[in-house]
Design a protein around this ligand. Sequence first.
Ligand code: SF4
Ligand code: SF4
Ligand code: SF4
Length: 287
Amino acid sequence: MSTIVPLLLVTPLIAALHIFSDSGYAEESKLQLYLHAFYAKIEPGFVWLIDKLLKSRILGGTRPGRFILKLIGKALWFLPHGVVIDHEAALRLIDEIPEDSHIAVGPCICKMGIGAKAEPYYTDMVIMYGASAYKTAHPDEFKFLTKEEAKKLLKDFRENNLVHEVFACFRSKNWAFVICNCDARYCIPTRSYILTKEGVYPGPLVAQVDFEGCSGLKDCGTCLNICPFKAVSSNDGKSNVDVNKCMGCGLCTYRCPRAARRLVPRENYDPRFLPIEHTHPWLVKKS
Ligand code: SF4
Ligand code: SF4
Ligand code: SF4
């Protein structure tokens, strides 16, 4: 209850700001910053609530229940949107952050909200106004980073098979505020997506397999085991990518021992929620 009341009060305000504002990098107003800091404060409670809904046997375990969850996902349309990105795109985004802006890292709010202590725990990499908002909300938990420290951490996260997800606010895709590094077992947006196709969206790239190069799922199967989105299936015993499920995280391409996988541009990609000019600049003309 202590979470629901502030959420009901603050969500319409955040929604209103996201609908009517279309500001770019580092142009947020004090009110936007204050509201987001407030949201960051109550976010663990929000995560706790969504976790309960996802785990509910009636909601998460039945078709009508999943339909209701999908409607809730649609209703949260005005809250920030997550897009999966590959590792190189995450490094590029860090490079593109203006020098007078901040980067900080703090605890994974999903793990904090559901009380999971699994390592790595400090995986929320907040950027630009997100760094100011989360540093205000959780001053002892978030620590500022240099760009080099941030890029090194992103590499560590990839070694731990975490998926990079950029969250940005509605309409203004340049209003990106965090690069989350997610473990699908705990991540609320990823779990929501797997159940309802809402909460997080595919990135601009998609995996492709070289049929001849693949040694077969029985002999290898690395991609099958590592894919968090169950996008790998069999094609005559070789690996196959289901493009409708592949989110373009690139974990399989990084881990494939035969270099038989690569990321290629996704057809008909909708770039509304990603600052694509900073993450995948060569795709801008095509989008
Ligand atoms: S979206 Fe990912 S990194 Fe961000 S809080 Fe959730 S699990 Fe943690
Ligand atoms: S990881 Fe590479 S070699 Fe192994 S099954 Fe997948 S595509 Fe084939
Ligand atoms: S197939 Fe590869 S790139 Fe696509 S979601 Fe799975 S691990 Fe990520």
